[in-house]
Structures are given as structure tokens and as C-alpha cells.
Design a binder for this molecule. Structure first.
Ligand code: S3P
Length: 425
């Protein structure tokens, strides 16, 4: 589906942001380990989470949709050996977390993914899992691969990467390994696994960037998933850069390991207010009011990177509208996402007339530039590139065309409907 994006007058009104992708993956996967029955409310309907849901069904979970927002997962008879290979689609989270979950089960399974996922590095999880005694058949640490389930032993792993996918993979393996498994990372990555494990009764301890888990049985407790700050980020930036905008985004997860985007946009002089703060299923949530602002440049590096890793493409769009030079560093892992997000963002944002330079681990962006538009944009089969460029299109002088916009369905099928709800054109 190719779409055209036109300049708009403003964004006004209120929306509720759909469920968090990371938390939904975990809710589905962890349910499969409970040996019981539970309800997940307000799950993400993106294709990535549906890949996870289908996989837990193949592993023996019974899944019953009560309505659009609630699903019952019955794992009383899970986990059984899947009859067919597990299709992870485009989802790195499904792949890496399922590898940790399955490595220590006494079943064998095969996994594959789409073209983009088949190019992504899996050594980051295979290497530590092999240290735990896991058994994989793979070529060059990529999908497709085979997992031969076996008994695992605990490890004390010092990760060179700050990665929630690697951490969650090792914690899932540790949940089923003899002894005490610990994982230490250089900076703290998103901690949804730790919070949900605690919520479901696992024996887990967190000390700074070190997490320790003992073999435990997860309990079947109902989970409500809050809204996705990574989806809200597109609306936050859109409201900040489209003149006269004033919006409220309801039900946004503001877990501090994910809220780097709020800190950065506030440091850029963004008018952002958190309202009605509360806790849902062990996760902090708020409504967020955002108003058009005169942005100024900033530097983003180090410890904050894992707290906003998925938001860097949309932050780059905000930076084109900020006075001064914005520098983004230490984000080299962006090259290993659904696309090489550094080259993709630079190439496409440059087409709009922005002053953006690519570095090995980030960007140098000079602003404020009036975006000309009048360009044909590729999204590299990457949902976040598609949505970031859409937001840029809202302030371009001339319309832009975005090819294959259907890739938004990976995380955010409701994106266009919610955008049109707020748009004054
Ligand atoms: C995720 C962790 C991050 C993030 C991805 C989702 C998760 O990946 O980019 O979209 O749910 O654990 P890394 O752990 O590879 O940084």
C-alpha cells in the first residue's frame, strides 16, 4: 500500500494509544509457562505479537478471544513439541525470547522468519545459551535454526550489550535452569521481563544492572497491558512540530527504562505534561499532553540510548525542527534492527531537504530546516521508518509518497485511524 502524506494545519484532540508490543509479547509467552489459565487484556494486535500468539498455540496453549480486547490463554496442557516449524515473521523479540524459553524444555523445535529477520544476528543469544548447555543447529548464527531442548545449567553472564531481548532470553532460560542465573548489562535496558516475572511470582532479584533469577514456576495471574510509549512517540513528535497542535495521548506506559523519549523531548524544550499517573499490572502509566513547541538541539548518548532505542528515527525527525546541532551517538545497534535504521533514516530524511549526516553510531542533524517534501520515500520493510517519515510528511511544503506503508501493521495497525482522528487539515 503506497500512501501520500500532505501538510496539515494542526493536531488536536485525544486518543488512547494501543497496547505495548514488548509487554504483549511477554504476557503471551509467560502465560505459556504457567501450567494454568489466565486473561490478557488490551493486547497489541500488531503482526509481531500475533506471531508470538500463534507460536504459543503451536506449543499447546488454548487461546480464546472473549472480545476485541480480552483473550484467555489456557496453558494447562502446554508445552508440547510443535508439529510444524515456528514462524517468527518479522519479530526479533519473538525469536530471541522464544529461544531462551524453548532451550530448556524437553522438546525440539524449528524456527524461521521473514527475509529481514533471517539477516539479523542471533549470536548474542546463542552464545550465552550455549554456555548454559543449550543445543542449537544453525548456520552462521542466523535463522532458520533448530532448538534441541535439554537441561540447562545456571550462568553468571556479563553481557557486552545493553539489550532487553538478550536479558529476557537468558532470564527465561534461567527460570528453568538448575541454580541461580544472573545477567549483568552495561546500561539498564527495558525491564518488562523483570517486572512481569515479579508480578507472576518468580524468584527474581534486581541490583542495579544485574538481575538474578532462580528456577521458579510462574503463576497464572491476569495481565492488563498498558499503551505503547514507542507508538505514542510518533504522536508526541507530530504535536511538537506541527504548529498550533495540542493533544492528549491516554494510557501510555511510562516505565523509566522506556521513557528516554520524554526526557529528551523535554530537554529539547518540548511542552510535555504527564497527567493521571497510575500503575497497571506492575507498570507505570500516564496520560500525556503535548503542545507545539519551539524545539532546540540536544546531544543523546550513553546510558539513555537503551531507554529510547526504538524512538531514535522519530527523534531524528524532531531534530530537523530543532534550532542548533543535534548529535546522536552510541546507537550502533540501530544498524541491526528491522532495517539498518541509521542509513535508512539518513537516506530518506535527506530526500525531504533536511541537513542530516550519518556517523558509524548515530547522526549529526542541523536545524531548523524547512522540509521541502516532493519526494518518494522507501520504508525498508521497517514499521518505525514508515511512521517516522509519515510524521515528517505532515510539515513538508509539498506532499510526499511513502511506498509499502502496510509495514506499520507490524506494531501499530491503528496508526492511520488515530492520526486522522487528530488531524485538522
Ligand atoms: C525489545 C528490545 C529492544 C527493542 C525491540 C523490543 C524487547 O531490542 O529494540 O523493539 O521487547 O525486549 P534490543 O534488546 O535488541 O535492544
Amino acid at each position: 500500500m503506497d500512501i501520500t502524506v500532505n501538510k496539515i494545519k494542526s493536531l488536536n484532540g485525544e486518543i488512547e494509544i494501543p497496547a505495548d508490543k514488548s509487554i504483549t509479547h511477554r504476557a503471551f509467552m509467560f502465560s505459556s509457562l504457567t501450567k494454568g489459565k489466565l486473561k490478557v487484556s488490551n493486547f497489541s494486535k500488531g503482526a509481531d505479537c500475533m506471531s508470538t500468539l500463534k507460536i504459543i498455540q503451536q506449543l499447546g496453549c488454548k487461546v480464546e478471544f472473549i472480545n476485541e480486547k480480552e483473550v484467555i490463554i489456557d496453558a494447562t496442557e502446554a508445552l508440547k513439541e510443535p508439529a510444524e516449524a515456528l514462524d517468527c515473521g518479522n519479530s526479533g523479540t519473538t525469536t530471541r525470547l522464544m529461544m531462551g524459553l524453548l532451550a530448556g524444555q524437553r522438546i525440539n523445535s524449528k524456527m524461521f522468519g521473514d527475509q529481514s529477520l533471517s539477516k539479523r544476528p542471533m549470536k548474542r543469544v546463542i552464545a550465552p545459551l550455549e554456555q548454559m548447555g543449550a543445543n542449537f543447529v544453525h548456520q552462521d548464527y542466523k535463522l532458520p535454526l533448530e532448538i534441541k531442548g535439554t537441561n540447562l545449567k545456571a550462568i553468571d553472564y556479563n553481557s557486552p550489550l545493553a539489550s532487553a531481548q538478550v536479558k529476557s532470553c537468558i532470564l527465561l532460560a534461567g527460570l528453568n535452569a538448575e541454580g541461580e542465573t544472573s545477567f549483568t548489562e552495561p546500561y539498564k535496558s527495558r525491564n518488562h521481563t523483570e517486572l512481569m516475572f515479579e508480578y507472576m511470582g518468580a524468584d527474581i532479584k534486581v541490583e542495579g544492572t544485574k538481575v538474578t533469577i532462580k528456577k521458579s514456576q510462574l503463576k497464572p495471574v491476569d495481565i492488563t497491558v498498558c499503551g505503547d510509549i514507542s507508538s505514542a512517540a510518533f504522536f508526541m513528535v507530530a504535536a511538537l512540530i506541527v504548529p498550533n497542535s495540542d493533544i492528549i495521548i491516554r494510557n501510555v506506559g511510562i516505565n523509566e527504562t522506556r521513557s528516554g523519549i520524554i526526557d529528551v523531548l523535554k530537554a529539547m524544550n518540548g511542552d510535555i505534561q504527564l497527567l493521571n499517573e497510575r500503575v497497571i499490572s506492575n507498570e507505570k502509566v500516564a496520560d500525556i499532553r503535548v503542545r507545539y513547541s519551539n524545539l532546540k538541539a540536544t546531544t543523546i548518548e550513553g546510558e539513555i540510548i537503551p531507554r529510547l532505542i526504538d524512538e531514535i528515527p522519530i527523534i531524528a525527525i524532531a531534530a530537523t525542527q530543532a534550532e542548533g546541532t543535534t548529535i546522536i551517538k552510541d546507537a550502533q545497534d540501530l544498524r541491526n534492527k528491522e532495517a539498518d535504521r541509521i542509513t535508512a533514516v539518513k537516506t530518506e530524511v535527506q530526500k525531504l531537504g533536511a541537513d542530516i549526516e550519518e556517523t558509524p553510531d548515530g547522526f549529526i542533524i542541523k536545524g531548523k530546516t524547512e522540509l521541502t517534501g516532493d519526494a518518494e520515500i522507501e520504508c525498508y520493510h521497517d514499521h518505525r521508518i514508515a511512521m517516522s517519515l509519515y510524521v515528517a510528511g505532515l510539515i513538508c511544503k509539498k506532499p510526499i509518497k511513502i511506498n509499502e506503508f502496510q509495514w506499520v501493521d507490524i506494531s501499530f495497525p491503528e496508526f492511520l485511524d488515530l492520526m486522522s482522528k487528530l488531524t485538522i487539515s
